[in-house]
Ligand binder design. Structure first.
Ligand SMILES: [Zn+2]
Length: 426
């Protein structure tokens, strides 16, 4: 009994000593690594409290950023300190990303710091017109660290001199044409957003920047950086940016009436689905966008009737993921027709809303259709083909297989006669 008590006392005092020698730190100081290339770390790791005494030892004097579109972006800082500043890094986030890039600057130790760091854009492009949020983190010779407040910078396509005009949530940007053209862009955007919000029931975005390029070449050279070369318009719903092409004439106005509502519809679909947007079936997203356009698409009707004639319709299941460039035209035509078919049936708008909610909540392409329309994708395809295209997949199959059936049926009949007709008794 006494020996046990003695043993317990030793264990207790040892445990207490061990705890005293290894206290859990309240804040873990994050060391700046010496990596040369940018790395990604969660941005929450940088909420490091600074005491007012430490902050007063260094003053950030100026920040500036410049960029060559598609090539590189350069950050500059000047600061005064009571000790030599020995290390500097930019902490950078793009758009609404929660990842922070750390880009190390090479620094000549000084109390009057002038530092510059360049981020290359070819290998790791940034979407045009993204807002960059950045701060500078400096370390002095005494090991103290100082982080500036967040700064904002817009990575715009500065190859052109943009003019700007606002109407409601729409901010029109253009570089060819006069103010009348700019007003037409803003009005078209305003009208499109109003229409799309009736069409797709979702909260309005706080703002939509509409960038109008004067020609396809200018737009595509901008989008090529993002690896998308064949599109004629582009929406980046997460940052509320759309990019289209239109010249300041009547043809350009018709282009605006087709493309601006289309791209704004993508923004509204994003507003309805948010985190689920990346999982949205493309046929639904694009189908809603085409149906929002203010100009009809007679070429789509022709593409559909050709595909029915040639029995070359694309299965809807193949339109769940992104469209390839090869059959893009027919993919858009089918998606538009299918969404119009769903909308025109009783309770169509509610069904679309139900589909958007299902995909927002993580349904698969097939699962969302089964849940909201109570049919499989194949059944939906059959119903749509029969009701809209006056085509029947079974008849289409028989029609395409006709030459083979002509050969096969007589041969099969001869075999059947040979096997099943009772033989006469001799
Ligand atoms: Zn689209």
């Amino acid at each position: 009994m006494r020996a046990n008590f003695f043993l317990l006392t030793i264990i207790a005092s040892f445990t207490l000593t061990a705890f005293r020698q290894s206290p859990t730190p309240a804040h873990v100081q994050l060391p700046i690594s010496n990596l040369q290339s940018p790395i990604h770390i969660p941005h929450s790791a940088f909420h490091i409290p600074q005491s007012p005494v430490l902050q007063s030892a260094l003053t950030f004097e100026s920040f500036s950023v410049t960029h060559t579109f598609g090539a590189q972006i350069t950050f500059n800082v000047t600061a005064k300190s009571d000790a030599d500043v020995t290390a500097a890094a930019v902490l950078m986030r793009t758009g609404d990303s929660d990842r922070t890039e750390v880009i190390q600057a090479s620094v000549t130790p000084s109390k009057n710091l002038k530092a510059q760091v360049t981020r290359e854009l070819q290998a790791q492009p940034i979407s045009p017109f993204t807002t960059i949020t950045y701060s500078w983190r400096l370390t002095d010779s005494q090991g103290r660290t100082f982080t500036s407040s967040d700064q904002k910078y817009t990575y715009d396509d500065n190859r052109f001199k943009w003019q700007t005009l606002e109407r409601g949530a729409i901010i029109a940007h253009w570089y060819t044409g006069d103010l009348t053209f700019g007003q037409y862009i803003a009005d078209t955007g305003f009208k499109s957003l109003e229409r799309a919000s009736r069409f797709i029931n979702a909260p309005l975005p706080p703002k939509v920047d509409v960038y109008v390029y004067a020609n396809l070449n200018d737009l595509q050279s901008s989008l090529r950086l993002m690896g998308r070369t064949w599109v004629s318009g582009h929406a980046d719903p997460k940052i509320g940016v759309i990019m289209v092409t239109a010249s300041p004439d009547l043809i350009g106005r018709a282009d605006l009436e087709r493309d601006v509502p289309h791209e704004i519809a993508h923004i509204m679909v994003y507003q309805a689905t948010r985190a689920g947007y990346d999982r949205m079936p493309v046929w639904l997203d694009e189908g809603l966008a085409v149906n929002s356009e203010l100009q009809p698409r007679p070429d789509f009707a022709a593409a559909l009737s050709d595909a029915v004639k040639n029995n070359s319709l694309i299965p809807i299941a193949s339109l769940c993921g992104s469209f390839g460039s090869e059959r893009a035209h027919l993919s858009y035509a089918e998606s538009a027709s299918l969404v119009r078919y769903i909308l025109d049936r009783p309770g169509g708008a509610a069904k679309i809303k139900g589909l958007l909610n299902a995909y927002r909540d993580g349904a698969t392409c097939e699962g969302g259709v089964q849940q909201e329309l109570k049919v499989s994708l194949i059944e939906l395809q059959t119903d749509w083909q029969r009701d809209v295209l006056n085509s029947n997949p079974l008849l289409d199959f028989l029609r395409s297989a006709a030459p083979w059936l002509v050969l096969f049926v007589p041969v099969a009949l001869i075999f059947a006669l040979f096997i099943f007709v009772p033989k006469q008794k001799m």
